[in-house]
Design a binder for this molecule. Structure first.
Ligand code: ZN
Length: 254
């Protein structure tokens, strides 16, 4: 019997703050999660774990970003309207993010009037943000719902096969069960192999599209940005291409 144990991150809700969201390109409300490292047995934990840090998740677009709790006056226990949340948790937001807010305002007013170097800088920043998110995702073992369902399904399938064989053909019990077990394992393996692609489709591409759409980037600009990302050896450049990003931006408009 395989005994699975170790430490894993446990995320618990810790409150709300206001901050700048680079995907929304605006001030936004964020939920705050405390990250604890807790001991688990078969991925079941009983404690919140030892404090390892905090992260914030944009209430609008779902972007997850690292955070330093000390930068906020406090964490609000409730989600206040944005202006009040800003006053209560991050009163210096507009000063701290003055450059980003000014760039976002310029972008809203005249996206195609930005000079080439600023456009390049903003496209690169949007790609880098998602390249970071992908690398954080790759570094943590987390199973998505399809994988959990396939594990549950494989167990149920083996149990049903076992019960049927016992009743109908007990002489084939061993062989039948081995076949059912490997079919179940195959299904779980298939879902595991698709997990990375689902993360790209659900999490990375929509956010990338959202942060790039206001720039109305030309295909050539995205191509060149991907080329720079590839030169830096970032995984994102190997996993998606410029055509998929353009498609995601087009999907956003529809
Ligand atoms: Zn956002």
């Amino acid at each position: 019997m395989i005994f699975v144990w170790g430490r894993k991150p446990v995320y618990t809700h810790a409150g709300y703050v206001a901050d700048y969201c680079p995907v929304c390109r605006a001030a936004r409300a964020f939920t705050v999660q405390r990250i604890g490292m807790a001991w688990h047995v078969y991925y079941v934990t009983v404690s919140k774990g030892e404090l390892a840090g905090y992260q914030r998740t944009c209430c609008d677009c779902g972007m997850v970003l690292p955070m330093e709790v000390g930068h906020y006056s406090h964490l609000s226990p409730e989600q206040l309207p944005l202006v009040q949340l800003e006053q209560a948790t991050n009163p210096h937001l507009s000063i701290r993010h003055a450059d980003a807010l000014a760039a976002a305002a310029r972008l809203r007013e005249a996206p195609l009037m930005l000079d080439e170097s600023e456009r390049r800088r903003q496209i690169d920043a949007a790609l880098r943000l998602q390249a970071d998110a992908l690398e954080v995702y790759d570094a943590t073992v987390r199973l998505d719902r399809e994988v959990w369902w396939s594990i549950a399904g494989a167990f149920a399938f083996c149990a049903v096969v076992l019960a049927a064989l016992k009743q109908q053909a007990p002489e084939n019990l061993d062989n039948g069960f081995i076949i059912a077990f490997f079919l179940g394992l195959g299904a779980v393996g298939w879902q595991l192999s698709q997990m990375g692609e689902r993360f790209l489709r659900r999490e990375i591409l929509p956010k990338l599209a959202r942060s790039l759409a206001p720039l109305q980037p030309r295909p050539a600009e995205i191509d060149e940005a991907f080329e720079r990302l590839r030169e830096q050896g970032r995984k994102l450049a190997q996993r998606i291409d410029s055509a998929r990003v353009q498609q995601a931006i087009a999907d956003l408009r529809n």
